[in-house]
Design a protein around this ligand. Structure first.
Ligand SMILES: Cc1cc2nc3c(=O)[nH]c(=O)nc-3n(C[C@H](O)[C@H](O)[C@H](O)COP(=O)(O)O)c2cc1C
Length: 211
C-alpha cells in the first residue's frame, strides 16, 4: 500500500466511525481498500484454465458472493447452477455459436439464471451477481470469464436458453444471463494501469460533446 494514501484513509475512517479502537480498524479499513483496488486493476477475462479442480471452500466463497449481491426491491429472482461435470460443460460450451468454447476446458462454471416471472428487471440483478463472481474469483486467485448467453444462440435460430433448457432443468420462465467459466489461470494477462483508463468516458454534470 502506498503511504501517500494514508491521510485520506484516516480522514475517511474518522468520518465514519465512533469506535475507540482506531488503530486496528484503520489498518483493517486500509487493507480492505488496497485489496479491492488491486482486484479491480488485476481482474481480466481468463479463457485458459489449468486442469486443476477448484477447491470446495473456494466454490463456497463464490456462492456466498452471489448470495450477498443486492437485488432490486429485494425480489431475488436469480438462481445459480454450479456445473463441474465435464460432459455438461462440453454441452454448455456448444449452446451458442461463438465465444463459449472456453467453457469446455474450465473445471467449473456457474450459470446465472433468473426467473423472469419473479421480477421484470432480472437482467440488472443477474448482471450484478455475475460481476460479483468475477471479482470474488480474482479475490480467490482464480480466473474467470463471463460468457454471454442472453440474446445469443446457435445458427439454427435457437436461443442459448432454449438449447440449455432441458439439460439444466430450467422452467419455462427461466432465462440465462451468462455462464461464468472459472478455474486456475493458465494464461498471463497484464493488470490494468492508469494508462488504460478511458477518461473520455467520464463527464462532469453533462455530456458536452454534442455536435
Ligand atoms: C456482458 C459481457 C459479455 C461477455 N461475453 C463474452 C463471451 O461470450 N465470450 C467471451 O469469451 N468473453 C466475453 N466477455 C469478456 C469480454 O470480452 C471482456 O470483458 C473484454 O474484452 C474486456 O477484457 P477484460 O475482461 O480482460 O478487461 C464478456 C464480458 C461482458 C462484460
Amino acid at each position: 500500500m502506498e503511504l501517500k494514501w494514508l491521510p485520506e484513509i484516516v480522514d475517511n475512517f474518522l468520518a465514519r466511525t465512533n469506535s475507540k479502537n482506531y488503530f486496528c480498524e484503520i489498518i483493517t479499513y486500509a487493507n480492505s481498500m488496497t485489496d479491492f483496488n488491486q482486484i479491480i486493476y488485476h481482474r481480466r477475462s481468463i479463457r485458459k484454465f489449468k486442469n486443476q479442480p477448484v477447491e470446495k471452500e473456494k466454490i463456497e466463497w463464490l456462492l456466498k458472493a452471489v448470495l450477498l449481491a443486492p437485488s432490486g426491491k429485494g425480489m431475488y429472482p436469480c438462481e445459480y447452477i454450479v456445473i463441474d461435470d465435464p460432459h455438461l460443460l462440453q454441452i454448455v460450451s456448444q449452446s451458442k455459436q461463438h465465444g463459449a468454447e472456453l467453457i469446455k476446458n474450465a473445471p467449473l462454471a456457474i450459470a446465472v439464471v433468473a426467473d423472469s416471472a419473479i421480477y421484470d428487471i432480472w437482467v440488472e440483478d443477474a448482471s450484478i451477481a455475475a460481476t460479483f463472481i468475477m471479482l470474488e474469483a480474482e479475490n480467490l486467485g482464480l480466473g474467470c470469464c463471463w460468457v454471454q448467453m442472453r440474446k445469443r444462440g446457435t445458427d439454427d435460430g435457437k436461443s442459448a436458453t432454449q438449447n440449455l433448457k432441458e439439460i439444466l432443468g430450467l422452467k419455462d420462465t427461466h432465462e440465462i444471463l451468462s455462464v461464468m467459466a472459472i478455474g486456475y489461470k493458465d494464461e498471463e494477462k497484464r493488470a490494468y494501469t492508469d494508462a488504460d483508463l478511458k477518461m473520455k468516458k467520464i463527464h462532469h454534470n453533462r455530456i458536452h460533446n454534442k455536435l
